[in-house]
Design a binder for this molecule. Sequence first.
Ligand code: TEU
Ligand code: CA
Length: 556
Amino acid sequence: KTTNNWWKKSVVYQIYPSSFNDTNGDGIGDIPGIIEKLDYLKNLGIDVIWLSPVYDSPQADNGYDIRDYQSIYEKYGTMEDLDKLLEEVHNRGMKLVMDLVVNHTSDEHQWFVESKSSKESPYRDYYVWRDGKADGEPPNNWGSVFSGSAWDYDEATGQYYLHLFAKKQPDLNWENPDLRTDVYEMMNFWLDKGIDGFRMDVINFISKDQDFPDGEVGEGQLYGDSGQYFINGPRIHEFLKEMHTEVLAKHDVMTVGEMPGATPDDAKDYTDPANDELDMIFTFEHMNLDQVDGDKWNLKALNLVDLKENFEKWQTSLHGVGWNSLYWNNHDQPRIVSRFGDDAKYREKSAKMLATCLHMMQGTPYIYQGEELGMTNVQFESLEDYRDIETLNMYKEKKSLGWSHERIMEAIYAKGRDNARTPMQWNASENAGFTTGTPWLAVNPNYQQINAEAALEDEHSIYHYYKRLIQLRKEKDILTNGRFELLMRDDAQVFAYKRVGEEETYVVVCNFSGEEAVLEDSIVAEVQGAEVVISNDDSYDIRHKLAPYEGVVYSK
Ligand code: TEU
Ligand code: CA
């Protein structure tokens, strides 16, 4: 197990392979394309790369539906390419963390093909098969995250199989010790290659309540409320401890569990090193504040006070107990500068402010490809331009519930996952230099203004600002260990907090609005005479108020 906790001082960069860099003109990013850009990442100051799935897959959910855990999707390249990537990453002193998707596989995985073939198959119980109800209904009333029932009927064997996500993503049955052994064997295959850890896909969903009870069907809902029966399920800690013993304890690796529905108290159990489970988790709580009734498509404006309270909860709960991940973006979330910033009038300034607010907190920061350029959400005219299965399935379901086309498109513009998946914008040439072919998903039309080449040349770019933030994390112990204290708690414009270290205190003040903001007297006193560590507005040094979207860090 990791003794020196190198990941506490690391900054992680997430690569979504299909959209990062295409080198053979097929319009799909590939592993040689990633190798080509490693110096760009090294220059940014990145320590760890989290690579979204590159395994063989029919791509029903862009690789989160794995057909063979130990071979590479042909359009991304070969296992030799992957080995070369790992070598080149290590040559540059960086680390590579792979995506572990073991809540489910593709329905084309050999295990499922066997399992489906007959009730007597030795692989039958690698998945969750149940009889339907007497009245011809599925085993229970659970819905899939990607719309529709969470069960699909198989004529041949007259049973249903569970899929919390797409039909082509059958859930694995973690109750089966043989399945668990096969998963651990696969993990050791990758760790023996020398990868440096795993990001674990919906890992807190793997233990289900084996009674599979119906959930309450809420007002206007099509399916029962089922999360309580598989989120942080009955055997989750047992399984993670077994995984730690069988696999993780033998390697100096970093682990981060993606955990929709986990609370800070859950996170203390998962990330307390004494529990021998995981190093950190991804919370969804701060990503669920601008929605109504747990429905991401049912839009609500963010109330900054809610965001501040949520970060305070996570920072204080885990301080000295476990460890936080820190993120605004990933391949499932809309682009933060469009979501909580202003991607029009104050795009660069608000992007830098958001980065300041996040990177000065305690935890390991994650940067999603293009975030360092201030890439924005996209608005495609027609539904045909969208690719994400979650979006396309949702469109049909919301229409059936009477939502207008306009309301659904507005929801897609605000929260659709394709917002994060438009090709990385490298330069102002055609298709932003991402491909010489036709991109699998169209490039955001603003690539002439927003691209890496322009950012590298502009010393005031968001890229260079991120580079300075990342450098600070390496230099300043207070960022790793200082205690978090929320300030101006009830203010709806300013997110202000302290980091209290042994020798010094940082005061971080961020204006989340396009209006000038006034600092409380208690803070004004704190920042008088304090030196500026970093600021997104060097021209402005009026210490009792903040300019629109100004973000400043004071040291005293
Ligand atoms: O995401 C888990 C998950 O719950 C997401 O689907 C997220 O909540 C939702 O998409 C918000 O819109 C992981 C992967 O990150 C995601 O890409 C996969 O689609 C999903 O699991 C299934 O593997
Ligand atoms: Ca390609």
